[in-house]
Structures are given as structure tokens and as C-alpha cells.
Ligand binder design. Structure first.
Ligand code: CTP
Length: 213
């Protein structure tokens, strides 16, 4: 029997404004990379779709490098059909420039505005017709439980891993964090001060033992 196929997304996306500028976020990709490595160490076949990050691609993992949300969506679509588990840890940009310029935009000596267009919600699309266990992530600045519960339901997830961005915490990177993990049957656990490596083991344990009722 083939080992399970685990699809993981990681890192930020970059949305071009012009040939030399982009919109992005502070994601380092660490969480997704740790999950991919943990799945590999458990004998799974792993596909990692990653936005631009400065960490090395893990050995023994098929790594697909993408830049924008649209590119990430395409790679995810290709692999989701074959996946048994999907971990959507990427910090996908919610918006892209409505009309990226082909040449460098020059300053004009006055206020300037940029029109944005919403990116597709990759995770929500994945939640519509599931042949896999689906795990989403959420980073919130307020109402952690309420927002996580809403995303769990609205995006059709089995499990959500949520954390809060507080004043002193740097949630991107390898430091220890507090997370709330909820599942679609009302299971709810809080973990405090754990590394992303340790949390990856907990998240995989939960996803792998998750049974559809
Ligand atoms: N996500 C996605 N596609 C997007 C935005 C988010 O697949 N365009 C996924 C992320 O990878 C993550 C989850 O959705 O697993 C939650 O992302 P988050 O940014 O917290 O939520 P949003 O849906 O963007 O909601 P909001 O901006 O209202 O907080």
C-alpha cells in the first residue's frame, strides 16, 4: 500500500505591483516547513508548495516554489486531487494589485493610491469537495475563539490551528507560541509556549487520528 500523500503550503505570497515591487507579509514559512518535515519523518510522501522564504527546502520532500496566490492556487489544485491530508499553513495574501504595471511606477509628487483585488480563498475552495483531511491555520489580532470557529465552519475544515498576534509576540519565526486547536466536532485544546516543531507533532497526531463521524 502507498504511504499517505501530505500536501503542505507554507510561507507568504508575493503580489506584484510593478516589475520591482510587491505586496507581501512577514511569514517565514517555518510552521509549514516543520509540518512537512514531520510528515516526511513519519514515512509520508510530502509535497510542499511554498512562497518565497529564506529557509532551505527540506530533503526528501517534493518542494514546489511559487510566488503569487494565483500560482499557489494552481499548484495546490494539481496536488489536492491526490492528497490524503492537506495542511494550509501559507500566509496567502488576501489581495493583489488590480492592474500590476508593466514598467516601474514613477513617483508623481502627490498622494498615490493602489487599487487592490481580492485573491481567491484557496482553503475555502479546498473545503468544498473533500477527499482528504483538511487543516487550516488562522492568525488573529482579536476574538480568537470566535474567528477560528467561524473559519472552521465557513471554510469546511476538519481542524483549525489558530494563534493570536499579541503586542510582544513575534508569531512568524521559530519562537514558542500559544495556539488554539479546534475541530469540526467541537474538540478544543489550548497549547501554551510550544515550539513549531513540537506543535507540528501534535497537529499531525490530531489530523492522522481524525475520523469523520
Ligand atoms: N487562506 C487561503 N487563501 C486566501 C487566504 C487565506 O487559502 N486567499 C488560508 C490560509 O492559508 C489559512 C486560512 O486560510 O490556512 C486562514 O487565513 P487567514 O488569513 O487567517 O484568514 P482569511 O480567510 O484571510 O480571513 P480574514 O482576512 O478575514 O482574517
Amino acid at each position: 500500500m502507498k504511504s499517505p500523500l501530505v500536501l503542505v503550503t507554507a510561507g507568504p505570497t508575493r503580489e506584484k505591483i510593478d516589475p520591482i515591487r510587491f505586496i507581501s507579509n512577514y511569514s517565514t514559512g517555518m510552521f509549514g516547513y516543520k509540518i512537512a518535515e514531520e510528515a516526511r519523518d513519519r514515512g509520508c510522501r510530502v509535497v510542499l508548495v511554498t512562497g518565497p522564504v529564506s529557509i532551505e527546502p527540506p530533503s526528501g520532500v517534493k518542494t514546489i516554489q511559487v510566488e503569487s496566490a494565483i500560482e499557489m492556487q494552481k499548484a495546490v489544485k494539481t496536488w489536492s486531487n491526490k492528497a490524503d491530508y492537506i495542511f494550509m499553513a501559507a500566509a496567502v495574501s488576501d489581495w493583489r494589485a488590480a492592474d500590476p504595471a508593466r514598467a516601474k511606477i514613477k513617483k508623481i509628487g502627490r498622494k498615490m493610491s493602489l487599487e487592490l483585488k481580492e485573491n481567491p480563498d484557496i482553503l475555502k475552495t479546498l473545503g468544498k469537495r473533500k477527499t482528504y483531511r483538511l487543516v487550516g491555520f488562522a492568525l488573529e489580532t482579536e476574538n480568537l475563539i470566535g474567528n477560528a470557529a467561524k473559519k472552521l465552519k465557513n471554510k469546511g475544515l476538519d481542524i483549525i490551528v489558530a494563534n493570536r498576534l499579541t503586542k510582544n509576540a513575534n508569531l512568524f519565526g521559530d519562537n514558542k507560541i500559544d495556539v488554539l486547536i479546534m475541530d469540526r466536532y467541537g474538540g478544543r485544546d489550548i497549547y501554551k509556549g510550544l515550539s513549531k516543531g513540537r506543535l507540528s507533532k501534535i497537529i499531525l497526531d490530531k489530523a492522522f487520528s481524525f475520523n469523520i463521524k
